[in-house]
Write a protein that binds this ligand. Structure first.
Ligand code: ZN
Length: 457
């Protein structure tokens, strides 16, 4: 397939007027600047940017968005939110999980995401017993991804304990119970079914050091990389101050330091919610090449805290973004809040820009695409030959893009653009959103409404 792009963001900057060639395997095999659009080639409707990988998702939480924003106790916190989330989870079976994930993935595609890393821990039945097929709910997530066309990195989750010091799981946590062997078998089951798919990747995750002590995480990592040396591995690392304090109390170490001591941190790792870091930990993550997975809207919603962005970027740290609890399904909005949190805190502007990378929005978009691709374990780190054709096309006729060129296009998308700026979305060479519409959006929305109504009944 050949397409003409009036302007296109590459990892090295913008090209004006180029021919984009995409092979039958969905991989970009040519990007060539041309004097004028060839007559027989489809002309894209506006500027082209790489699609954003969404490196952290719990799909089922999409159905809770807006339901936990009320006074619940004297001290509403992450932990009171978690209790409500556990209650919600009790009412979800495999069918509900698939319907909710399908709706979410359509919204993500329309919001600029072309891939999602699903950190999936709802493995067992509501009473805590495993399904006949332990991979049942993972296959529902897979089905939702395949029905919508979003690229998926599936991360079945290790969840063995209820807290530091190998505390037993609470009653509500029986749904999440797994051991390393089960997690790896679930991953194999998904991988076997999707071996020929260029848009499905399998890795694994440990829920947190609360739910999996370092030795168990190490066992998971060893087993995973024995099967696939390139597979991504994720963990929630330091979301809450209490989590850091509990970790210090039980081990004498902070979470990142504790993880790094037992597991070899490298570029296959994604440390989600690396929120509470001291300088040594910030350097440990940055120097290891592991991706810091930041989820700005969820971290704001849950009152987690702010990621130490300037120190991390000062050490050339790699970062990406995730929509996590899905209070927001808009890639540009996540990046905007990432920067705005720092501006409010530091009372400064353009915190992620530098003399070399002058454009804040452009810099954020490129960094998060590259980091998100690493976290997803996929060759999607920007529009370049050899990478998968995951891209978004903006509406070139939109008033917001008037007189915008180069990185001011990305700056406008992140800081000044309307939600309807994204017009077309392609994943692995296939159009999944055309003219702002996903072909299944009406059917999915109707099924989603019916499901949410019955779950909340
Ligand atoms: Zn999470």
């Amino acid at each position: 397939m050949e397409l003409y792009a009036p302007s296109l963001m590459t990892p090295d900057g913008w090209l004006e007027g180029c021919l984009l060639s995409i092979g039958d395997n969905g991989v970009i095999d040519g990007i060539d600047v041309v004097d004028e659009p060839p007559p027989d080639v489809q002309r894209l409707a506006g500027p082209v940017l790489p699609g954003m990988p969404n490196l952290h998702s719990h799909a089922f939480q999409r159905a809770m968005a807006g339901l936990t924003e009320r006074w619940g106790s004297q001290t509403d916190s992450f932990w009171t939110w978690r209790t409500l989330m556990y209650k919600f989870v009790e009412r979800l079976g495999p069918e509900e999980i698939e319907v909710i994930a399908r709706q979410l993935y359509i919204e993500c595609l329309k919001g600029g995401y072309t891939a999602v890393a699903e950190f999936h821990y709802l493995h067992n039945a509501p009473d805590g017993t495993p399904y006949d097929n332990p991979a049942e709910t993972s296959h529902r997530i897979l089905a939702a991804a395949q029905e919508t066309g979003i690229a998926l990195t599936h991360l079945p989750v290790l969840y063995a304990y209820g807290g530091f010091g190998e505390a037993p799981l609470g009653e509500a946590q029986g749904r999440f119970r797994t051991d390393p062997e089960t997690v790896l078998r679930i991953g194999e089951s998904v991988a076997e079914q999707t071996a020929s798919s260029p848009v499905i990747t399998v890795g694994a995750a440990a829920h947190s050091l609360r739910a999996a002590p370092p030795a168990l995480v190490r066992e998971l990592q060893t087993g995973l990389h024995a099967r696939n040396p390139a597979a991504p591995i994720h963990i929630h690392i330091a979301e809450q101050v209490k989590e850091v304090e509990d970790c210090l109390f039980s081990s004498g170490k902070r979470p990142v330091a504790l993880l790094a001591e037992t597991c070899d941190l490298d570029r296959r790792w994604c440390l989600v919610h690396a929120t509470h870091l001291d300088e040594t930990e910030t350097a440990l993550i940055a120097d290891s090449g592991a991706v810091a997975g930041i989820c700005p809207t969820t971290e704001a919603n849950l009152g987690d805290g702010l990621f130490p962005l300037p120190g991390f970027l000062g050490r050339n740290g790699i970062l990406g973004i995730g929509s996590d609890s899905h209070v927001c399904r808009d890639a540009a909005e996540e990046l905007r809040l990432l920067e705005y949190g720092q501006r409010l805190h530091l009372r400064a502007r353009n915190v992620v820009a530098s003399e070399r990378e002058k454009a804040t929005g452009g810099n954020l978009w490129r960094r998060a695409v590259a980091g998100g691709a690493a976290a997803c374990g996929t060759p999607t780190g920007g529009l370049a030959v050899g990478n998968r054709a995951d891209l978004i096309v903006l509406d070139g006729d939109h008033p917001d893009l008037t007189a915008r060129r180069g990185d001011t296009i990305a700056d406008t998308l992140v800081f000044g653009g309307a939600r309807d700026l994204i017009r077309d979305v392609m994943v692995g060479g296939n159009w999944v959103v055309r003219e702002g519409r996903h072909p299944q959006e009406e059917a999915s929305a109707a099924a989603f409404a019916k499901t949410v109504e019955s779950v909340l009944d």
